[in-house]
Design a protein around this ligand. Structure first.
Ligand SMILES: Nc1ncnc2c1ncn2[C@@H]1O[C@H](COP(=O)(O)OP(=O)(O)OP(=O)(O)O)[C@@H](O)[C@H]1O
Ligand SMILES: [Mg+2]
Length: 297
């Protein structure tokens, strides 16, 4: 698999504000890649720059392992903002207009309408569509030219759970067709459900890049309990590799230094004459880690 997108110190200033700061990214082809970050962290600005709709202040980028010309843009379908369709026209009529504007043919029309589950409703007026259907038509429009990559900026914003689930299914299906997808979202859950790897942006800076499933931090947390809680608390406080102790539902939640685990903690406490009644390793959820990352000032 080749490289989908590479950025080199990509930067955007709006007056005094640095919206994107020296962003170095390398995204591989053939996956759903998440761009996660709270509101205002620079996701849309970054996507705007690499799509050529937002002028960059400095730095550069290439698509598909080295391209950057006008032909490149035709291989990328994108939905940056809510697209404008004509309310009085049907899905089919709107897609024909899109094709005309983009200078592409409509041989793909039926395929993309089925892809976004709008084929049955293809002749209904756009104005009568639900928000989810409107968003799905936007995806159809972006896929009309059979692009190699699809860029989606907050595709589920404003949708109800059913609408969100439909968009997710479509994303997974499109990825299954071998397309690369970049998905920007401020919702961790969204990224977690469909992306295989992601970056996290905070105030225009890259704070994390890696696999979604992998541990994003190195410190482990273990929950422990013992019949004599006061003694346990003392023992934990005196354990050299314990970073933090909190009271939890079932005893104490203990943060361990990197490299330590439930086994080494249990062994250390046993050596101190402490017998545990409960010992459980808690994997820090991506959510906790995400919150930690974004809250760090
Ligand atoms: N046209 C503009 N003029 C001035 N500042 C802007 C402009 N566009 C964005 N910004 C600022 O740049 C920063 C990054 O904004 P951006 O829209 O890229 O964030 P985002 O991560 O997409 O946020 P959201 O989750 O709200 O969509 C913000 O502080 C925003 O106010
Ligand atoms: Mg945005």
């Amino acid at each position: 698999m080749g490289i989908l997108l590479e950025t080199n110190k990509l930067t955007k200033h709006y007056g005094k504000l640095t919206a994107v700061n020296q962003l170095d990214l390398k995204i591989e082809e053939g996956q759903v890649f998440g761009m996660l970050g709270p509101n205002g962290s620079g996701k849309t600005t970054t996507l705007g720059m690499v799509l050529g709709v937002t002028e960059r202040s400095s730095g550069d980028f290439t698509w598909f392992g080295g391209e950057n010309g006008p032909e490149t843009r035709k291989k990328i379908g994108a939905i940056l903002e809510r697209p404008i369709f004509f309310p009085g026209y049907s899905a089919v009529e709107n897609l024909k207009i899109v094709a005309k504007i983009k200078g592409i043919n409509t041989t793909n029309m039926e395929h993309v309408l089925r892809m976004v589950q709008l084929y049955e409703r293809r002749n209904d007026r756009f104005g009568a569509y639900s928000l989810g259907m409107k968003q799905r038509l936007a995806i159809a429009a972006a896929m009309l030219c059979d692009p190699k990559a699809l860029i989606l900026d907050e595709p589920t914003n404003g949708l109800d759970p059913e609408g969100i689930a439909q968009i997710r299914e479509i994303i997974v299906n499109i990825a299954g067709m071998g397309k690369s997808i970049i998905l920007a979202s401020h919702l961790l859950d969204e990224v977690q459900k469909v992306c295989s790897s992601c970056i996290i942006l905070r105030k225009g800076e890259l704070v994390f890049q890696g696999a979604v499933s992998a541990d994003m931090g190195t410190s482990k947390r273990v929950e422990v309990d013992a019949p004599e809680q006061d003694l346990l608390r003392e023992a934990l406080k005196n354990t050299p590799f314990v970073l933090d102790v909190e009271v939890s539902k079932q005893g104490f939640l203990v943060s361990l230094e990197a490299g330590q685990d439930a086994f080494t903690l249990n062994k250390y406490l046993q050596d101190q004459g402490m017998v545990l009644s409960h010992l459980q390793t808690l994997k820090k959820s991506l959510e906790e880690q995400f919150l930690e990352i974004v809250n760090k000032s």
